[in-house]
Design a protein around this ligand. Structure first.
Ligand SMILES: Cc1cc2nc3c(=O)[nH]c(=O)nc-3n(C[C@H](O)[C@H](O)[C@H](O)COP(=O)(O)OP(=O)(O)OC[C@H]3O[C@@H](n4cnc5c(N)ncnc54)[C@H](O)[C@@H]3O)c2cc1C
Length: 566
């Protein structure tokens, strides 16, 4: 076991982690920065972002309008001071990305083009065709590797965060190539590990988004906030779940039921296909439950019709979508509608952090999807996530740099490191039980898909909680067949399932406790929003007996909650 020492360790090399690395490197060339990623950075899920990045770029638009759209979209659960800061910073990030080489799509007169997106009252999504994340990631990675003081540890898997006296002092990570575990010492640690959507069966997210950083922070004592709020995206391609960007509706696509009806006129008559995602997903799910969906061997589906846009526009604005629909859906959107249904798409919850990305653990920062600041409250608007990653990735990099400059290294007990080594190698890799990881993982995902989906009920959630705890018990009796150390994917799958089971349990507990419907959390037994009791954030703390919940107020600056109609 080696010990690596860096002033700042960033876990995650998606948009948030890379942006943090650039900000920290620019803060001071004497700072020594490490970026640890279980994937090559360019394989992070951020590369899949399609539709765009929200920012106010025109005089007709305004910061107040972007903030209001975000707060209303969030069903008033967002912290408004954070939202106000976020909307002001976003345009600066767009310009920086431009300077670093992101090829934004253009208007005929050469301005950065913007397209409409759900819940935004102005077309403010800057985009690079329908491969926005791909281009942003290449621009940022290209920038990050120019700094001599940033060292990348690609294909290193972080397993635990080390905390002493409520300070983050380092972490343990497995080098996947050798399978050896090593320890990192740091003055500041930034978690930028992305979402946990893979706790669900039908999702738009990569197989690698397993919430590791959330689980590591939670186990080390940091609270997770608002984990009951999971976003379901209206257009997951059937059967794979691969995303069909909301940009397809932004460009004018229609949603149609089996009767050929644009059913959204009954749910969101004003905004129609451009209502927020929670509203449209509930509408689709209702059409499915009431028998107005198409049927297929892969289950019911709704049709996304782009035919009226014409081949030229589809090729210019949505080339990836056409390609994906042909290759993975078996339909050419120029000629046929695309089969879709709602898919788990975003985690509004995450590691609790404040406007400076500081968590309650000193020296631990969180940015991007693994964090909850809270910009998105109970429901995120499309294109606000990549913008959040850039804005708060930069903040995290700077704040972590300031902290690292004004503090010294903290010693930590070797016992913690040895205990972690024992947990992963003896407890997980060495376990000789009879349960198989893929089996348990499938059961967890099916459970989340059936009982913790778009519409939720108390009795379903209670039985889901029992079942997930049963799975946690069975996990103790697993067997990883391959006992090798180098690139052992069965072993990493087990480590990831261990994290996901914790997060599934937290998600269910928080959903069960919140007896109201707000944003993406829709309770059939409590169909109304209840501001008297529930205009609060949920905090979940780790205990050996399961999560302990607390509640803290929402920060309201300008906008009092009102009825949310579209
Ligand atoms: C298909 C799709 C399309 C989307 N389109 C848009 C869009 O158009 N606009 C928008 O705003 N948002 C969009 N989103 C959402 C947005 O892309 C994500 O929320 C955002 O990119 C997350 O970035 P991140 O940096 O937080 O994490 P990620 O990009 O997920 O990166 C996580 C990083 O953490 C690392 N990591 C994780 N666990 C470990 C571990 N144990 N050890 C070491 N490293 C670890 C990974 O290697 C990776 O580098 C989309 C999402 C999807 C799935």
């Amino acid at each position: 076991m080696e010990k690596y020492v860096h002033d700042i360790v960033i876990v995650g090399a998606g948009l948030a982690g890379l942006r943090a690395a650039v900000a920290a490197a620019e803060f001071g060339e004497k700072l020594d920065i490490a970026v640890i990623s279980k994937l090559h950075p360019i394989r992070s899920h951020s590369v899949c972002a399609q539709g765009g990045t929200a920012a106010v770029m025109r005089e007709k638009d305004s910061f107040d309008l972007h903030a209001w759209d975000t707060v209303k979209g969030a069903d008033f659960l967002a912290d408004q001071d954070v939202v106000e800061f976020f909307v002001r910073q976003a345009p600066k990030e767009i310009v920086k990305m431009e300077h670093w080489g992101c090829p934004w799509s253009r208007t005929p007169d050469g301005k950065i083009d913007q397209r409409p997106f759900g819940g935004h009252t102005y077309p403010r999504a800057c985009f690079a065709a329908d491969m926005t994340g791909f281009h942003e990631m290449h621009a940022l990675y290209g920038k990050a590797i120019t700094y001599d003081n940033v060292r990348f540890y690609d294909e290193w898997f972080a397993t635990s965060l080390i905390v002493e006296d409520n300070s983050a002092v380092g972490l343990t990570a497995i080098e996947l190539k050798t399978g050896e575990i090593h320890v990192f010492q740091a003055k500041s640690v930034i978690m930028a590990t992305g979402g946990h959507e893979r706790i669900y069966e039908f999702t738009t997210f990569s197989h690698t988004t397993t919430g590791d950083g959330m689980a590591m922070a939670y186990r080390a004592g940091a609270p997770l906030m608002d984990m009951e709020f999971v976003q379901f995206h209206p257009t997951g391609l059937v059967p794979s779940g691969v995303l069909i960007t909301e940009g397809a509706r932004g460009e004018g696509g229609y949603l149609i039921n089996v009767n050929g009806e644009r059913f959204l006129k009954r749910y969101a008559p004003e905004k129609m296909e451009l209502a927020p995602r929670d509203v449209i997903s509930r509408a689709e799910q209702t059409e499915i439950l009431e028998g107005r969906a198409f049927t297929s061997p892969y289950g019911p589906y709704i049709a996304l019709d782009l035919r009226h846009l014409g081949e030229e526009k589809i090729n210019e604005r949505l080339p990836l979508i056409r390609d994906v629909a042909i290759k993975l859906g078996g339909v050419d959107p120029v000629k046929e509608p695309i089969p879709i249904r709602p898919a788990a798409h975003y985690s509004m919850g995450g590691i609790k952090a404040n406007i400076k990305t500081e968590t309650p653990i000193r020296g631990l920062y969180a940015a991007g999807e693994c964090s909850c600041l809270s910009v998105h409250g109970a429901n995120r608007l499309g294109t606000n996530s990549t913008a959040e990653c850039l804005v708060f990735g930069a903040v995290a990099g700077e704040e972590a740099a300031k902290h690292a400059t004004s503090t010294s290294f903290h010693e930590f007990s070797q016992e913690k490191v040895l205990a972690e080594e024992k947990r992963v190698f003896d407890g997980i890799l060495g376990s000789e039980g009879s349960e198989r990881v893929p089996q348990l993982r499938d059961e967890m995902r099916r459970l989340m898909n059936t009982k913790v989906w778009i519409f939720r009920k108390g009795d379903d959630l209670e039985s889901a909680l029992k079942e997930v705890r049963e799975l946690e018990k069975r996990f103790k009796n697993i067997k990883v067949e391959d006992k090798g150390r180098a690139f052992n994917t069965g072993f990493t799958a087990a480590l990831q399932l261990d994290f996901m089971l914790d997060l599934a349990e937290v998600t269910i507990m928080c959903a069960l406790a919140r007896t109201e419907s707000r944003g993406a959390h829709s309770r059939l037994d409590y169909p109304k929003r209840d501001d008297e009791k529930w205009l609060v954030h949920t905090l979940a703390y780790y205990t050996a007996e399961g999560p302990r919940l607390e509640y803290v107020p929402v920060t309201i600056t300008k906008w009092q909650p009102t009825a949310r109609k579209y």
